[in-house]
Write a protein that binds this ligand. Structure first.
Ligand code: G3H
Ligand code: 13P
Ligand code: ZN
Length: 330
């Protein structure tokens, strides 16, 4: 049993309260390896931003929970060494059961998501409530979800999105006691967030996605004034990385993300956590492909992971400063 407090981590409570008041969102960046974590911490220290380090079930399977926990501890010490003590949350992304959430809480996570969004409403309430009871006794905060995103939710494949029903949110939050709520207003997981048939094209032929449903978000805010809202599936799928991947032999088709201006608008509202994973994958893949193509004789992983890490850092800094607005709020 390890409490997150022993690891120098914090839960999301204060972070979210400040973010809602301040009109910005906390970056929730997924990580699976050391280079991603270094880039996140360097970027958040340089921009003086609080951060949520997200670990999915896939990340746990890939990297091992003991290693991940100690990497999060190390991240705090690394930030201090770099000159700024930023608040850090270690969060389970898309927890699929009470048992998974419990295991993470017992292993030093300071926040967990229980994703019951694919379950019938009453079952979602029951499992979320069970996680909240266990978590709150240990000072851990809990994210629930109502509504289903299009795209792939970890192991749960949702072909169509079901927008969150504003008329359900008060009942869900009151009966579960969750600390934040992930909602579905048109974001989507992955690098292919929409079918081309759902999009329009600009003069250069670039796909323009359907706009987020700010009307639903506003109604949810009216129902739950001051309550922390979370957006999943919020990568913007930057064209410079898509094009670099294609230029150096990668295969991506119909990639499309959420425009940055829409995320900026959402961050100014009750949305106080914005999840970004795919953009990190794209930036890293793009730079690795480029470096390998330009230096075919190179076989030291540091020589291609290093440039990928530097690009990731640049990208995260840009998001903190220009998209989420979390810079200077550590
Ligand atoms: O929402 C899902 C995240 O992007 C995590 O993806 O399960 O492949 O680690 P993963
Ligand atoms: P993206 O695939 O848009 O980066 O979303 C990540 C996410 O929601 C993680 O939970
Ligand atoms: Zn997600």
């Amino acid at each position: 049993m390890t409490s997150y407090k022993e690891l120098g981590l914090v839960n999301t409570k204060d972070m979210f309260a400040k973010a809602i008041k301040g009109g910005y969102a906390i970056p929730a960046y997924n990580f699976n390896n050391m280079e991603q974590l270094q880039a996140i911490i360097q970027a958040c220290v340089e921009t003086k931003s609080p951060v949520i380090l997200q670990v999915s079930k896939g990340a746990r399977d890939y990297a091992n929970i003991n290693l991940l926990r100690n990497m999060a501890r190390g991240a705090g010490e690394y930030a201090k060494e770099l000159g700024c003590e930023i608040p850090i949350v270690l969060h389970l992304d898309h927890g699929d059961s009470f048992e998974t959430c419990k295991e993470c809480i017992d292993n030093g996570f300071s926040s967990v998501m229980i994703d019951g969004s694919h379950l019938p409403y009453e079952e979602n309430i029951a499992v979320t409530k069970k996680v909240v009871e266990y978590a709150h006794e240990r000072g851990v905060t809990v994210e629930g979800e109502l509504g289903v995103l299009a795209g792939i939710e970890d192991d749960v494949v949702a072909e169509v999105s079901h927008y969150t029903k504003p008329e359900e949110v008060v009942d869900f939050v009151n009966r579960t006691g969750c600390d934040s709520l992930a909602i579905s207003i048109g974001t989507s997981h992955g690098a292919n967030k929409f079918e081309p048939s759902q999009c329009t094209r600009n003069e250069e032929g670039v796909l323009i996605p359907p706009p987020l449903r700010f009307d639903i978000l506003e109604e949810i805010e009216r129902q739950l004034p001051g309550f922390p809202i979370v957006l999943h599936g919020s990568s913007s799928v930057p064209m410079q990385y898509v094009n670099m991947i294609l230029q150096y032999g990668g295969q991506l088709k119909d990639s499309v993300g959420i425009p940055e201006e829409q995320l900026r608008k959402a961050a100014k509202s009750a949305v106080c956590k914005i999840n970004i994973d795919s953009d990190g994958r794209l930036a890293m893949t793009a730079l690795i492909r480029k470096t390998m193509a330009e230096k075919p004789g190179e076989f030291d992983p540091r020589k291609y992971l290093g440039p990928a890490r530097d690009e990731l850092k640049k990208m995260y800094m840009h998001k903190n400063i220009n998209v989420l607005g979390s810079a200077n709020h550590a």
